[in-house]
Write a protein that binds this ligand. Structure first.
Ligand SMILES: *[C@@H]1O[C@H](CO)[C@@H](O)[C@H](O)[C@H]1NC(C)=O
Length: 195
């Protein structure tokens, strides 16, 4: 009986060491392309919250439109929501609603009509800032914009430069809309955590 017990314990210990050994090997393998890093190594100190406010100018009219439709389906024209329409934008961002006010950056990206029942866009864009300390930094937005709702909220999914590790949300509120041309001025309030 004691002998059987000794054999069983021996086998168990052997099995345990095999498992531990293979676990060590796996860890060593993943270590070859990743490592733990102290945030200080990247100069990251304290996460802060910033609020940015600016006006977005979506200009479809005139000789130098900042938003141009680049694709649509055969059925898009019959759709009440322009379902399938894809627009590329390089929209100026200013500090005041007037286009002549100070330029702080641009909204570069795509919006596409993604609903069959209401005018609602899939927004995929980068805010590129060109003013002050944020000059050269970007924020990336990916979200849903149902343009006739009062306030639309879209996630900030990341950023670059001073906005590395950014997370937060952007709120869009139409300031002015010209139904004839489609030109729009939209107020943006962006709340973002970053370092
Ligand atoms: C922003 O950065 C660019 C490139 O470094 C530079 O040419 C430009 O003068 C800067 N603008 C401002 C307002 O600082």
């Amino acid at each position: 009986m004691a002998k059987i017990l000794a054999i069983a314990t021996g086998s168990f210990l052997f099995l345990l060491s095999v498992i531990l050994f293979s676990l060590t090997l796996t860890a060593a393998k993943s270590d070859s392309f990743s490592r733990n890093l102290s945030p200080k190594t990247l100069g990251l100190k304290r996460e802060k919250l910033s609020h940015l406010q600016f006006y977005f100018h979506d200009i479809r009219s005139g000789t130098n439109p900042t938003a141009i439709s680049v694709a649509q389906a055969a059925s898009t024209k019959r759709s009440i929501s322009s379902f399938g329409l894809v627009t590329m934008m390089d929209d100026p961002l200013t500090v005041k609603p007037e286009i002549s006010s100070k330029l702080v950056g641009r909204a570069q990206g795509i919006y596409a009509s993604a609903s069959q029942s209401e005018l609602s866009f899939l927004m995929a864009l980068n805010f590129v800032f060109t003013e002050g300390k944020y000059n050269g930094s970007t924020l990336s937005i990916l979200g849903r914009n149902s343009v006739f709702s009062g306030i639309r909220e879209m996630p900030v999914v990341g950023g670059s430069g001073l906005f590395r590790f950014a997370r937060g949300y952007a709120q869009a509120k139409t300031h002015d809309l010209d139904f004839k041309t489609g030109d729009a001025v939209v107020e943006y309030n962006v709340y973002v955590f970053h370092y």
